[in-house]
Unconditional design. Structure first.
Length: 1132
């Protein structure tokens, strides 16, 4: 439409058309959004679209393509009026190429059975989705996935139910819903609309979760926000309801990485609403909070109720809480009891939500990530004595490590990067091997010279190397800081990793070199994870070079496009072609490495059209060592960029003396510059067998936006045998010393196993899994570049697990990314599988019984923790016990702890055993069969006058009974006393055929040599609570005593006849009857598991550093923060 079409104006200077849209089936259209393309609006020409509540007006400032705000089709009718108006220029035009239609849809995703009802204009009124679902109903229904109780109504209410003036009421007015259009993806093959929840935090700024607009370059311009979408408390429409949308015009702040999931958007116009203050202080433990949100695109709700709150479960960069929510609640605010917003809903599973803390957002100086392409990196290199050991195949570790480090150094660009080297053994080298300096050809040569001079000797102080690297990086500003750590051993010398502070702003990648027997994988993987990097374990020199090449791609580039490891037989001169996809990347670096210096290899690169690239051409950077080679190729080459490229290796040939044909193992790694990167999400720092493994990766660009769709596969390589069980079966060996480097007993045992068998202690098994961006795997509310899977019964043995993720994504073309990392998995103690025995061991310090508790900790698969792990076992006694001494390692998988039980207790002792970052478990012996001793006798107390109309059990007279118990043993004995009166105060209730139970019970503890008497006064006090008079009515029955040891018991019976005769006294010893019983004592529950560890500060990422040249172009951090509303200051 417009003058450029050549059609006549419908009125002076106006070209008007009615667009009749195709309605949703059944007339269920809720709203329409139009898209314009090829728009030209010269001078003051404008384009107008009637919305039903306002008019969208576009000018030359709007650009050549744009989306309208949602159109109220209930107000405008079946057609939408569009006007092109000239004002100053007689030419121009516009095209409507497509439209989005809001309609009710049935979800097809497994586990998300729902029918949406996003109806912001209340066309045909409001219909509340049902939950629980009504079988067979086609009415709207809520998604059950994030609702705690699937069989009850969700715990939320319409916001208008909140009392006027309450925090819920004040906040609710400023909560809105954002409507966003997304590009096609795997689950949605065409453009699609979704909703999230937002909160107004300044006159024209709203905050939400970044994942709601994860493809922000495309999605932000499509988005609009309304604050009006709500109903009365009873669900009826509000008087004069008229929803208005505000167009999103700018992305103000965006972070989507490592627990940071927040964004701020600017809208056009100023809603007549009070902004909600942003709280910038920490929350307290269990602090009360509430949420306001639009579940499944429904009307505004408040959780858990219109007046209620819930306590948080954890606080850090994320905040945990267990509300009912649904898809569409994403990005919604979490509010404290004063109505301040503290977080936005980021991710979670049913009844376990995580909100991104806005305290972190307010402290974050980055507005929109655009990290520098340069880095400052310190290489921290292990030169301890163990580096002089063999690396297999007749090679020496130190030589293999030098070659890998040389490859890494030579690959660093000389365009603004900085690099340095520090080696360590007992101490870090002083002065530093090579101080951090700008990278140049000379710098690389000097660092490689220093590497060649490194000689292995001494102990291992990883912390000392890290501390020196930290100090070197401290003087660097404007560049992301990175440490690349190489070590082959266990730290055995101060300072240790845990002793080093000040590493918080440094990204750390750690590479362990050697077998399981060398490395402390738990510490190295924990170090890398806590500092934003990855841990990898290289088993041999070839794998070490490969991991250094991968580390280069992860630190300096956008990661790997392809990463195979292959074998070239002696009979072949050329290896197979390895295809890889390019889609917009700026450059590729092909790296090859091989395991035999006598079999050099070269690189061949073929373009998508089949042209062989001349790697000697200008602009292409190449270099080689004795066992590696790389070529860095800028793109495009020969006018070619996107498409399928191929690379392969070949042997040199020709000449009078060609190299011998030798079989060789090799790898090919293709690193990319530009495009998205793939990296793993941070796992818990400690992972145990029996845990549910939940690997997740994120595919995103440097600005933290994500490409739509994609597919990710994951290969998991795990040990075939339990390392702890191997060591337990072998028996813990003594620590050994190699060139001054101490190898602990556990590692020494594994080395002995390898020496005895001539093979690695354990082989490896690989399994493959598909990762998904659906909530079941990603725990996100919508697809946002995060892929994951919950995998049960995968962590079945302890040791190092290696993960290899491969992603494929089609944007306008296809690209791939690969990523590898390792985690250490420890044996998770299972109380049902752990064997426990106890042995008496005399008397404890306070007089109680002392026991040896001997236990063999195992997981549910039968794997042993094994010897040498006592430092990781936190042992406490069960209630009623006290630890005596410390934990003793028997060296064969068993541990011994002495425990003293309370005096007089006959219960076996037990323990709780905790492991780092894992809740304790109860370790107690199985229930035993106990022998007991029971003493019983009849008793008679009181007067029988014989005047009752009934038959009496005894002749008339006055009766008394006394039972005396004496402890003749050498230990405390506990007696259980029971009184069973068949006649009580003259009333007979237990005469056959009737029977009565015990009316009173008590516990008596007799120390050695002590005695006690149970007489009529004792019995009366037990039965009546007070002593009865001597001439009281007769009480007659049985006294029973039970004990765990034999004691001396006698009974004395006295009777005086009514005629006043002399008393008759009879004394009888009571003999015990033995009984046996299987104890079923209740085992006290262990202390609660510690809450999940949540970082106070996100791990360092390159995106945290702004580009130097952009510092003045972007607003300062303070300006990026939402301003405080003068009407309601933020809580300090």
């Amino acid at each position: 439409m417009g003058p450029d079409t050549g059609t006549a104006a419908t009125s002076p200077n106006v070209w008007e058309k009615d667009l009749t849209f195709a309605p949703a089936p059944g007339g269920g259209t809720k709203f329409v959004i139009l898209h314009f393309m090829n728009v030209t609006l010269p001078a003051n020409n404008r384009l107008e679209v009637d919305l039903g509540y306002d008019t969208d007006v576009f000018t030359s400032a709007s650009g050549g393509s744009f989306w309208t705000r949602p159109i109220n089709v209930g107000a405008v009718g079946p057609s939408i009026k569009i006007r092109y108006i000239t004002n100053g220029a007689p030419n121009g035009g516009a095209f409507v190429d497509r439209f989005g239609r809001g309609e009710s849809l049935q979800s097809t995703e497994p586990g998300h059975n729902s029918i949406t009802n996003c109806n912001p204009f209340m066309i045909n009124g409001w219909v509340e989705p049902n939950f629980p679902h009504i079988p067979g109903s086609t009415a709207p229904k809520y998604d059950p996935f994030w609702i705690c109780n699937k069989s009850a109504a969700p715990k939320w209410q319409n916001v208008r139910c909140a009392p006027v003036g309450s925090p819920q009421d004040k906040v609710a007015r400023s909560v809105g819903m954002i409507v966003t259009i997304h590009q096609p993806s795997g689950g949605h093959p065409e453009e699609n609309v979704s909703t999230c929840s937002v909160t107004l935090i300044d006159s024209d700024l709203v905050v939400l979760a970044a994942h709601c607009i994860s493809d922000h370059p495309f999605e932000v311009p499509t988005s609009s926000v309304t604050f009006d979408y709500e109903v009365a408390c009873d669900g009826s429409l509000l008087p004069a309801y008229n929803a208005v949308f505000y167009k999103v015009i700018k992305l103000v702040k965006f972070r989507f990485t490592d627990g940071r999931d927040y964004a701020i958007l600017q809208i056009r116009g100023t809603p007549p609403l009070p902004p909600v203050p942003v709280r910038i202080t920490n929350l307290g433990a269990n602090e009360a909070v509430f949420g306001v949100h639009h579940p499944n695109g429904a009307v505004k709700k408040v959780s858990p109720s219109a007046t209620g709150t819930m306590p948080i479960t954890f606080f850090g960069t994320s905040i945990g809480v267990n509300f009912d929510v649904a898809g569409g609640s994403s990005g919604s605010g979490l509010f404290d009891a004063n109505g301040n917003i503290v977080g936005v809903l980021s991710n979670g599973s049913g009844c376990s939500l995580s909100y991104s803390a806005l305290k972190t957002m307010m402290a974050d100086p980055i507005v929109i990530p655009n990290p520098p392409t340069q880095r400052a990196v310190m290489l921290v290199f292990d030169r301890s004595g163990s580096m002089g050991e063999g690396a297999g195949g007749g090679k020496i570790k130190i030589n293999e490590a030098r070659a890998a480090a040389e490859l890494f150094v030579n690959m660093i660009r000389t365009t603004g990067n900085r690099a340095g080297l520090i080696s360590f053994s007992t101490d870090a080298t002083s002065p530093v091997d090579f101080a951090l300096a700008p990278v140049s050809t000379s710098t690389k040569s000097q660092i490689n010279g220093k590497l060649a001079a490194v000689s292995p000797s001494g102990a291992t102080s990883i912390g000392d190397g890290l501390a020196v690297a930290r100090d070197q990086l401290a003087g660097t500003s404007g560049l992301p800081k990175t440490i690349l750590l190489l070590t082959d051993g266990m730290e055995n010398q101060p300072q240790k990793i845990a002793d080093v502070s000040g590493l918080g702003a440094i990204e750390i990648t750690a590479i362990g070199f050697g077998a399981e027997s060398n490395l402390d994988g738990a510490k190295l993987s924990g170090l890398a994870q806590s500092h934003g990097g990855l841990y990898k374990r290289a088993g041999d020199g070839l794998e070490l070079k490969k991991f250094f090449a991968l580390a280069f791609g992860e630190i300096f580039e956008a990661g790997s496009l392809a990463d195979p490891q292959l074998h070239l037989p002696a009979s072949l001169r050329v290896g197979p072609s390895i295809p890889f996809h390019v889609c917009g990347e700026e450059a590729v670096t092909i790296v090859i490495g091989w395991d035999n210096e006598d079999a050099p290899l070269f690189i061949e690169l073929e373009s998508p059209t089949g042209q062989i690239v001349n790697l000697s051409a200008g602009g292409i950077d190449t270099d080689a060592g004795t066992s590696w080679r790389f070529a860095r190729v800028p793109l495009p080459q020969g006018g070619e960029r996107d498409g399928v490229w191929k690379t392969r290796v070949f042997r040199p040939g020709g000449g009078e003396f060609p190299p011998p044909a030798i079989p060789v193992n090799y790898f090919v790694n293709v690193n990319a510059r530009g495009g998205p990167s793939l990296r793993p999400f941070i796992q818990p720092q400690r992972i145990y067998t029996g845990d549910v493994l939940h690997p997740k990766v994120i595919l995103q660009f440097a600005d933290e936006s994500v490409p739509p769709g994609g597919n990710v596969s994951l290969a998991v390589r795990r040990p075939a045998k339990s390392v702890g069980t191997l060591i337990a079966n072998k028996g813990l060996a003594a620590a050994t010393v190699i060139n001054g480097d101490v190898v602990p007993g556990r590692q020494a045992t594994l080395k002995k196993i390898e020496q005895d068998t001539g093979a690695p202690a354990t082989g490896y098994i690989e399994s493959n899994y598909a990762l998904t961006d659906e909530p079941e795997g990603s725990e996100m509310f919508e697809a946002a570049g995060i892929f994951g899977a919950k995998l049960d019964n995968v962590l079945v043995v302890d040791g190092t697990y290696t993960f290899h993720a491969k992603a494929t994504v089609a944007i306008n073309c296809t690209t791939t990314r690969e990523c590898q990392w390792s985690y250490h998995v420890a044996v998770g103690i299972d109380p049902g599988s752990t064997t426990v025995t106890t042995q008496p061991n005399g008397t404890g310090p306070t007089g109680g019984d002392k026991w040896q508790v001997i236990f063999t900790p195992k997981d549910k698969y039968g794997n042993l923790v094994g010897p040498g792990m006592g430092e990781d076992l936190d042992v406490l006694p069960l209630p009623g016990g006290t630890l005596v001494g410390g934990l003793v390692d028997l060296g064969d998988g068993r541990y011994v702890q002495e425990v003293e039980t309370e005096p007089g207790s006959d219960a076996d002792p037990g323990l709780t055993v905790g492991q780092p970052d894992r809740g304790p478990v109860v370790v107690a012996p199985p229930s035993r069969i106990r022998t007991g001793y029971r003493y019983t006798t009849s008793f008679a107390c009181g007067v029988e006058d014989g005047e009752c109309c009934e038959c009496s059990s005894v002749v008339p007279g006055r009766f008394a009974t006394a039972i005396t118990a004496y402890n003749s043993t050498e230990k405390d004995v506990m007696l259980i006393l029971a009184v069973i009166p068949t006649t009580f105060a003259g009333a007979t209730s237990g005469r056959w055929p009737d029977a009565v139970p015990a009316r009173a019970k008590d516990r008596i503890i007799l120390k050695p040599g002590e005695a006690t008497t149970i007489d009529c006064c004792s019995i009366a006090k037990m039965l009546l609570g007070a002593t009865a008079p001597a001439n009281g009515a007769l009480t007659f029955g049985v006294v029973a005593l039970e004990s765990s040891a034999k004691v001396d018991v006698t009974a004395t019976y006295t009777v005086v006849s009514r005629e006043g005769e002399a008393p008759s006294i009879d004394v009888e010893p009571l003999l015990p009857s033995e009984f046996r019983v299987r104890e079923s004592r209740p085992v006290p529950p262990p202390p609660p598991a510690p809450p999940p560890k949540v970082r106070d500060v996100p791990p360092p990422r390159p995106q945290d550093v702004p580009r130097q040249r952009e510092k003045e172009e972007r607003p300062k951090a303070e300006e990026a923060k939402p301003k405080r509303s003068p009407r309601k200051p933020a809580k300090k």
